[in-house]
Design a protein around this ligand. Structure first.
Ligand SMILES: Cc1cc2nc3c(=O)[nH]c(=O)nc-3n(C[C@H](O)[C@H](O)[C@H](O)COP(=O)(O)O)c2cc1C
Length: 301
């Protein structure tokens, strides 16, 4: 591994490593107002949700590396401690990008980007009509992380309410990520889009504790076929399945085909059954994968 220390490269270069590695980052499209009531709208990808109760979002305007100047958004939240944080979907990317222009303080980026201001219910800064989700927030704290150029300033925002476009809700009333079509920021000028195959599901060990890779039978744990990811899927079960599972899936065509090859070529055992299990795991069929592996044990004994 190459080692890079912040003390040995320029602030810009280290920043590039950071923002290219910590990806994709969600984008807060932040609207704020100055003491005189001038509206500002700018994107911030040093952004995340960090607490549920109270509901807290944070973002971080970084002082200019070139001249140490502060972002208009930071000046605004110090003058008026309210913001709206709007979520950026794919349809909004170009307009969002345009608002990142370093316009002078007092210039309204809603107008510059052709976006529509909608009055908020509980805060003064307006929200973005075109955005699928908009949070109205009270700024609780501004936490400077250093002094001068490159220093971030964490803006801690308590969410007062959220507006959600009903078109992005699924049948169960929750936000459907495919309909949301959110974008994330990568390094440089690259973005990624959360849609299609980019969105996938993995089983979460929520209620029951998975046994863990260290508790898998040694023949499985030391398999030359199964990867770390395969083993983690297998280990995400509360206990090693029993013979009932084998009975349930014994007649599966993949298992039967592998078993036939296994019997012909005992020298390649248990690899053949491991390949069958791997194919099932690639399709997220963990039970069938276990059945293939347990049949393997049965055949050995
Ligand atoms: C997608 C995207 C994400 C950005 N994220 C940040 C960020 O997290 N922090 C930051 O200081 N600037 C960030 N910028 C740059 C600011 O948006 C830019 O400096 C802008 O002019 C700030 O506007 P303001 O001075 O009106 O607040 C980002 C730009 C883009 C396009």
């Amino acid at each position: 591994m190459k080692v890079i220390r912040p003390s040995e490269v320029s602030t810009q270069d280290f920043y590039r490593y950071m923002i290219s590695a910590v990806v994709p980052r969600p984008i807060a499209f932040v609207s704020s107002i100055s003491a005189e009531g001038k509206v500002n709208l700018s994107p911030y990808s040093f952004f995340n949700a960090v607490s549920s109760k109270p509901p807290i979002l944070i973002f971080s305007p970084v002082n200019s590396v070139r001249d140490g100047s502060t972002k208009n958004t930071l000046d605004n939240v110090r003058e008026h401690s309210e913001v709206t944080i709007n979520i950026v979907n794919h349809a909004l990317v170009e307009q969002m990008s345009l608002t990142s222009t370093a316009y002078e303080k007092g210039i309204n980026e809603f107008a510059k980007a052709g976006l529509t201001e909608v009055p908020s219910e509980q805060v003064k800064p307006p929200r973005v009509a075109e955005s699928p989700v908009a949070f109205e927030c009270k700024v609780k704290q501004v936490l400077p992380l250093g002094e001068g150029g490159g220093a971030g300033n964490i803006v801690v925002c308590e969410v007062l309410l959220v507006h959600v476009n009903e078109e992005i809700l699924g049948e169960d009333g929750t936000i459907d990520p495919f309909r949301l079509d959110a974008v994330g920021r990568m390094g440089g000028s690259l973005y990624c889009r959360a849609s299609g195959d980019a969105i996938f599901e993995t089983l979460r060990p929520v209620r029951e504790k998975g046994i863990g890779v260290d508790q898998l039978p040694e023949t499985i744990r030391t398999s030359t076929v199964l990867s770390g990811s395969d083993l983690a899927q297998l280990a995400n079960v509360p206990k090693i399945p029993n013979g009932e599972l084998v009975q349930l899936y014994r007649d599966e065509s993949t298992i039967q085909a592998a078993l036939a090859r296994y019997k012909q070529d005992v020298s390649r055992s248990p690899e053949i059954m491991h390949w069958a299990a791997k194919n099932y795991l690639a399709r997220g069929e963990t039970e069938k994968a276990w059945a293939a592996l347990l049949i393997n044990n049965e055949s050995e004994s």
